[in-house]
Design a protein around this ligand. Structure first.
Ligand code: IDP
Ligand code: MG
Length: 165
């Protein structure tokens, strides 16, 4: 069986993508899902939640010494809007997911990317995507570690979207 975090480097590669509270508040959930869906990636995990402080701190553990950390955790967890957490699957989805999001600082994000199209400042950059295979594994396990929360399913489109050569 495929582990919930997928198999990096294959068509079963998986990444964790989230719409942050500002993206949900602004009504951008459907657009962000649509971009991944239309590209041909397969949705294998989806949930709406206000993350606990513990979850947000673990998710952003590598940033814990930054001056903006407390504000970042509050923005993610204060419940003014929830987060949409997703797991997407397909070839090179970790790297391409980051390309589709655009640069962390929207001021440097190109048009055609999610951040380049919809936001302006780094503290309200509306979306998250795993930055490596290691991060994808950690984040999928952290956000979707429960039984049955990532769904293995065969898309009937697969043979029209993914070829082996
Ligand atoms: P990423 O989201 O593109 O992976 P990271 O460097 O991992 O970027 O930072 C995580 C999140 O922390 C960013 O998306 C942004 O929400 C927030 N952040 C990063 N740098 C700053 C900053 O200088 N001020 C405020 N928030 C920041
Ligand atoms: Mg990051």
């Amino acid at each position: 069986a495929v582990p919930i975090y997928g198999v990096p480097g294959t068509a079963k590669e998986r990444t964790f993508i989230a719409v942050k509270p500002d993206g949900v508040q602004r009504g951008l959930v459907s657009d962000i899902i649509s971009r991944f869906e239309r590209r041909g990636y397969k949705l294998v995990g989806l949930k709406l939640l206000v993350p606990s402080v513990g979850l947000a701190k673990e998710h952003y553990a590598d940033l814990s010494s930054k001056p903006f950390f407390a504000g970042l955790v509050d923005y993610m967890t204060n419940g003014k809007a929830p987060v949409v957490g997703m797991v997407w699957e397909g070839p090179a989805v970790i790297k391409q997911g980051r390309v589709m999001l655009g640069a962390t600082d929207p001021k440097a994000a190109g048009p055609g990317t999610i951040r380049g199209d919809y936001c302006l400042t780094i503290g309200r950059n509306i979306c998250h995507g795993s930055d490596s295979a290691e991060s994808a594994q950690k984040e999928i396990e952290l956000w979707f570690g429960g039984r049955g929360e990532v769904v293995d399913w065969a898309s009937n489109n697969e043979e029209w979207v993914v070829s082996n050569n």
